[in-house]
Design a protein around this ligand. Structure first.
Ligand SMILES: [Mn+2]
Length: 338
């Protein structure tokens, strides 16, 4: 955070505000961890704050401290809308375009409160008065730690805040192994453990929660995996029929894309998931090293994200989409060196 933004934020928080804190649609561990961590902090300095999520969040986060206080816009529109309309200060966390809140976008665009953005994705838009944006950060949770340090003191971090921030850093770094993990990330995490983050319990609660449907879908996905050795690429497909056969539930496909990267010499991994309801193929891209899946997704699949993790979509059928994908790889052959 630069000095000007720190000053502006301190001045905003020096008077009582009505605050809403917003994560993106389909919130993940970092989105929920950062919003709840910030929420606990703001309450501790006697601010009136509430977290409003566009829609519900996955079961593996339902143990988090404070999660039962989150207002779900989709389920509780009137109440959520009133909070947004009345808000004098609106924090948006872990996203940087208002379109990332889905059907909540209109409400936020009409809101009169002052916006503060805390986010680590590329190409932020300019809706916020204070934009704390840093693509080198491991997670928004690490940034909330920095935020509290910059405007106040890390001594304000309670065990609840520590548990929330630890969760987001852990999930967004793939348990501290993605390239965004720095020595600073480990120092922050060490301090969070000192402040009460129950690291072992958090790992268990987040990762040891497989359901039968999730494991069956994982089995199907791995069987479907296609390895293109010449391009150091592996991709997985899951059709709607396969999802239905295995009693698919929301969240079951989370993280499956990463299995491709566990293969020796594979640096580009993709999963194509058919969604008949929305009439699209949802795509996740992962890479290791310099190959930018953000650029690839932006150029060809109406998406984007980070250099090593991005999303996208296709309106073609599942076979047409994979054919298109395979056809693109030759022009990236130089960049896809293992
Ligand atoms: Mn994040």
């Amino acid at each position: 955070m630069n000095k000007e933004d720190i000053k502006a934020t301190k001045s905003l928080l020096s008077t009582p505000q009505k605050i809403v804190i917003i994560p993106h649609k389909n919130p993940d561990g970092d989105a929920i961890g950062s919003t709840l961590g910030l929420w606990y902090y703001l309450k501790s300095i006697d601010q009136d704050a509430v977290v409003i999520a566009p829609n519900n969040f996955p079961k593996f986060l339902k143990w988090m401290p404070g999660q039962e206080e989150i207002v779900i816009f989709e389920d509780d529109k009137e109440r959520a809308q009133k909070y947004i309309t009345d808000a004098s200060l609106i924090f948006t966390l872990d996203f940087n375009h208002l379109s990332r809140v889905g059907f909540m976008q209109e409400s936020l665009e009409a809101a009169e409160g002052t916006f503060i953005m805390i986010d680590h994705h590329q190409a932020p838009s300019d809706y916020a008065k204070v934009t704390y944006s840093d693509v080198s950060m491991s997670s928004t949770c690490e940034m909330v730690y920095n935020f509290i340090e910059a405007i106040d003191s890390t001594s304000k971090i309670t065990s609840d805040i520590a548990n929330c921030l630890y969760t987001g850093i852990m999930t967004d770094t793939g348990s501290f192994k993605y390239s965004s993990t720095t020595s600073r990330t480990h120092r922050v995490v060490a301090d969070l453990i000192d402040k009460g983050a129950e690291n072992i319990a958090i790992h268990n609660k987040v990762f040891d929660t497989n359901s039968p449907s999730r494991l069956h879908i994982l089995g199907c996905a791995l069987k479907n995996m296609v390895i293109l050795e010449d391009y150091h690429t592996a991709y997985i497909t899951l059709s709607q029929e396969e999802l239905d056969q295995n009693n698919f539930k929301k969240g079951d496909t989370e993280g499956i894309v990463n299995y491709g990267l566990t293969l020796d010499n594979i640096i580009f991994a993709v999963i194509f998931i058919e969604n008949k309801d929305e009439g699209i193929i949802k795509i996740s891209f992962r890479s290791q090293g310099d190959f930018s899946v953000n650029e690839f997704a932006r150029a060809h699949f109406e998406g984007g994200g980070h250099d090593n993790a991005a999303g996208g979509k296709s309106d073609l059928s599942l076979p047409e989409t994979t054919t298109k994908f395979i056809g693109l790889l030759d022009s990236y052959k130089d960049k896809l060196k293992g």
